[in-house]
Write a protein that binds this ligand. Structure first.
Ligand code: GUN
Ligand code: ZN
Length: 447
């Protein structure tokens, strides 16, 4: 991490929480850095200069303006590791399962993104939704149309966001107006990589919708593109629903399993991100572990579409842990809120007889996702040198939260109540690159 400025712009004072590692692996004490009366000191170019006890802040920062959040929780901005930009309006569309939902709703809605005007307007609404929910970075699917991804990149660049997206590659098993070809899909993706990957805080993800909607020629082209651009991410869906898995078996009869399809075409890798991964076999977990890929738990979507229960212990098994992330998967998912997403992850764990505590949840939504996206030196932490993308959560934001907060004794209690009962109403402020982009009502201007 390189700092570009030592000039302080402001101090955020409050109850700070940041992770240095995965609490499931190293234990809470070694994984969490927290200060009851903490300070995060921001530089004028949007980085974090210092994080620690307010009382211990270095003398050289003593005159900086202070935004005092009292007992509010100051966290690294939340990260959504899998969300669909062109589905953001069609949230809560019921269907019997994933494949019917795609046919009835998703493909039709995404077809509208052939219009640049539509995509431009939608990009602003989509980014507004993220920010008001305390989400400061995302790995987002776009539509098949190159210009829709271009609009989203442009909008994110204007806002100074760290965002990863890509044009969706899909050349079969969907309506004509949302299909490309193996050739145009690869060409348009390559053009977007050249235009956007590494510009400001933006990254490109080579985006294959899922094995169902790509021919072997397209999967091969995507694998070649990934090999040629190893610093890009690769983003797709994997092993989400029973109907999808059966369809993949039919389309790729030679494959050992679903993961094998992606493997054969060179789509597994350390920067590859697979959404869902609910029904993975031991062999598939081993392959994903060896590749260092991330599998993203999307609990509100899995529950809404009846896809199944993600097994966090199976994926994370100590002998061959697969990197796990967490995401909304809007619009299969039913909430933009990463807090609501964690609440659903908790319930899914309970249904499967697994544990999932508040530290597990907030780790995944910050550093865990940042690591899986290869961005942990930049986001997901309050460590000095990281970008000052920050969310402030109010544990008393609603009457229900406020009543529950009266019973909270420990930090874990407070975080647990926030994850179970919180949503966008609990977001007091969102900062991007050190600038407050959402929220008002600072409790005291300075103290
Ligand atoms: N699999 C392929 N496309 C999609 C999609 O848009 N949403 C979800 N949840 N799964 C998919
Ligand atoms: Zn998805």
């Amino acid at each position: 991490m390189t700092l570009t400025s030592e000039i302080v712009s402001r101090v955020l004072r409050g109850r700070t929480v940041s992770f240095t590692d995965n609490p499931r692996l190293v234990g809470v004490t070694d994984a969490v850095t927290t200060h009851d009366d903490g300070a995060v000191i921001l530089s004028d170019d949007g980085h974090i200069l210092w994080h620690g006890d307010f009382a211990d802040r270095p003398e050289r920062y003593a005159d900086a303006p202070i935004e005092n959040f009292g007992d509010r929780i100051i966290l690294p901005g939340l990260i959504d590791a899998h969300v669909h930009f062109p589905q953001h309006r069609m949230i809560a569309a019921p269907a019997k399962d994933l494949l019917e939902w795609l046919d009835r709703f998703a493909f039709h809605e995404e077809a509208l993104y052939a219009s640049r005007d539509h995509a431009e307007e939608a990009a602003e609404s989509f980014l507004d939704r993220l920010i008001t929910h305390g989400t400061t970075s995302a790995l987002a699917f776009s539509s098949v149309h190159g210009q829709a991804a271009d609009c989203l990149f442009r909008a994110a660049e204007r806002r100074g966001l760290c965002l990863v997206t890509g044009k969706t590659m899909m050349d079969r098993n969907a309506p004509e107006n949302v299909l490309d070809t193996a050739e145009t899909g690869a060409r348009d993706s390559a053009e977007l990589i050249a235009r956007w990957h590494g510009v400001e805080r933006l990254r490109y993800a080579i985006t294959v919708r899922f094995a169902v909607t790509s021919s072997e020629a397209q999967l091969r082209a995507a694998g070649e593109l990934y090999a040629d651009n190893p610093s890009c991410l690769m983003h797709t869906h994997l092993s989400e629903s029973a109907g999808e898995i059966a369809f993949v078996k039919q389309l790729f009869p030679w494959s050992k399993d679903y993961t094998d399809v992606y493997e054969r075409f060179g789509l597994l890798g350390g920067t590859a991100v697979f959404a869902h991964g609910i029904h993975l076999s031991e062999r598939e977990c081993q392959a994903l572990h060896e590749a260092g890929s991330m599998v993203v738990h999307c609990p509100t979507s899995n529950n809404f579409l009846g896809s199944g229960l993600f097994d966090i212990d199976h994926l994370g098994a100590a002998k061959r842990p697969v990197n796990i992330g967490v995401a909304t998967d809007v619009a299969g998912g039913t909430s933009y809120s990463m807090l609501q997403t964690l609440a659903e992850a908790y319930k899914v764990a309970m249904l499967g007889g697994r544990s999932f505590n508040a530290f597990d949840g907030f780790y995944l939504a910050t550093l865990g996702n940042a690591r899986g996206l290869g961005l942990a030196s930049e986001i997901g932490t309050l460590d000095p040198g990281a970008w000052a993308d920050i969310v402030v959560l109010d544990p008393t934001a609603t009457p229900v939260l406020a009543a529950r907060d009266e019973l909270s004794e420990t930090l874990e209690d407070v975080l647990f109540a926030l994850m179970m009962l919180g949503d966008d109403r609990a977001v007091e402020a969102t900062y991007i690159r050190g600038e407050r982009v959402y929220g008002s009502g600072i409790s005291q201007a300075a103290s």
